[in-house]
Design a protein around this ligand. Structure first.
Ligand SMILES: [Ca+2]
Ligand SMILES: [Ca+2]
Ligand SMILES: [Ca+2]
Length: 210
């Protein structure tokens, strides 16, 4: 598939936010950490049925990603492998996306819907977006307003899954879904000098407070 610069930047951002332990690669640990963090945030003990189901969907997605991405077989996914996997496998069709990637996110959204009525309050969304997606709390209210397309004051599971789909499939920076993880990355986010500083473990700005 054609990969625009915009999609490339969005995938870079998603990679960084998926890298839960921030070591520059994605592996199984990042998925187990994300699932455990969200379960804990919403009061589900490790090993409880809901926490276990969330973990299982994360491990399934990790296996899909690993199969699609891990070209050198080291059990880790680099940013380059991640982008290639998304653009050659996971995003090649709606069906592939819905099979390989969406179920994990739907499970996470449903966990954030504490009362199970199919809608998230602004507070629930903020917790999901910061604790789980590692997005900036500062942007959360703005993101919530954009994603709440019918201005009902809540986000339905449908509104959020529409936004996620748009994040991966829309080229329009004004599309609400492209704000899912904060203002759309219309310019490259990692400046060359910042890459050079990485060895000194300077905390890059995307490491927003959690
Ligand atoms: Ca990692
Ligand atoms: Ca609810
Ligand atoms: Ca709404």
């Amino acid at each position: 598939m054609f990969v625009s610069e915009f999609l490339g930047r969005k995938l870079d951002r998603r990679f960084r936010m998926l890298d839960s332990n921030r070591n520059g690669v994605i592996d199984e640990r990042d998925f187990t950490l994300a699932a455990a963090g969200l379960a804990s945030e919403f009061g589900h003990a490790p090993g409880s049925p809901r926490a276990q189901r969330l973990l299982n969907t994360h491990l399934a997605t990790w296996k899909e990603l690993l199969r699609a991405a891990d070209e050198n077989g080291d059990g880790k996914v680099s940013p380059e492998e991640f982008k290639r996997a998304f653009t050659t496998t996971i995003l090649v069709s709606q069906e592939a996306y819905e099979r390989a990637y969406l179920p994990m996110l739907l499970e996470a959204i449903m966990m954030a819907d504490a009362d199970g009525d199919g809608e998230l309050t602004a507070g629930e969304f903020q917790r999901l977006n910061t604790v789980y997606m590692h997005a900036s709390a500062e942007d959360s209210a703005d993101v919530f307003t954009r994603l709440d397309r019918d201005s009902s004051g809540t986000l339905t599971v449908q509104e959020i899954s529409d936004a996620i789909r748009e994040y991966y499939f829309s080229e329009d920076p004004a599309a609400p879904g492209n704000w899912l993880l904060g203002p759309p990355p219309v310019e490259a986010e990692v400046a060359p000098q910042r890459q050079a500083q990485a060895e000194e473990s300077i905390i890059p700005e995307w490491h927003s407070p959690r």
